[in-house]
Design a protein around this ligand. Sequence first.
Ligand code: MTE
Length: 321
Amino acid sequence: MRRRYRPPFIPSSEITDEKLWRDRRRIIRAAGIAGLGVAAGGLATLAGAFSGRPPGKGKGNAGAGSEALEPTPWKYITHYNNFYELGTSKSEPAENAHYLKTRPWSLSVSGECEKPGILDIDELLRLFPAEERIYRFRCVEAWAMVVPWNGFPLSDLLKRFQPTSRAKYVEFRTLYDPERMPGQKRRVLDWPYVEGLRMDEAMHPLTLVATGLYGKELPAQNGAPLRLVVPWKYGFKSIKSIVSIRFTEKQPRNTWNRMAPDEYGFYANVNPDVPHPRWSQKRERVLGTGIFAEKRPTLPFNGYADEVAQLYAGMDLRKYF
Ligand code: MTE
């Protein structure tokens, strides 16, 4: 899954919302009220994001060395995508976004838990109000972005279903519906897309369920109505358009690992020292920084080592890549 980077074509009509978001951000900064909750058009609560610090602890939300990083323009985040259910090129997910109707939609939660159940998407959005989290995002294909997500910690959602002590992993599945996801008419992947996390990774405060972008509803091509965001892992772990979550005792087989086990592991932690068999992971291209997009060094755990390295203490990260 790797192609040469080509900047996307963007109609100018798409740029307005981002300008509003940036203006609002400037005003809030100037007013010195960073860190206070701010209602954003009824859609989301923006909290703790404008200071560039994560909710809770440590360095900037966007990871170490993020001071100089500006959020990637909306047009790149929404027109340079990987979403094989809507097409295998970078531009097709935006072109085919209209196929992906996100109502009705429900999430089923099952497996090793006391209270399995099904949540309707609108009930879920009501129960778990979104806050803003500005995260670095690093694709395994060596491009990177800084994304102002709206969402809530996955742990808040998982706790509601009371996982038992047998729950060691969490498995996630994308919708299977070739009418709404026409890419599934071709067997380019073994559908539906599946991903997994170890329980402690799933419960980590950085792990997010994203439901929006730039203070707006999540565009279909970015995985509406809800997707995972695990900022210290390669982008393929961040599964889109989720319909099922299952607590398991055994490690789930994730889709890319099944497709090419030598190239894509289960852990997929961003690691400049472990090359992909076909390319180096030492550097990354930052989308939206010009035709010859800026290249910068890739950081261990994508800049979140202070927060997450201890999860892997004692593990050989070359073996568990
Ligand atoms: N989820 C599903 N269901 N299908 C996909 O093809 N692609 C993954 C991930 N989640 C993918 C997916 C990959 S390879 C990446 S890099 C990110 O989504 C891209 O997210 P973005 O398009 O929002 O940048």
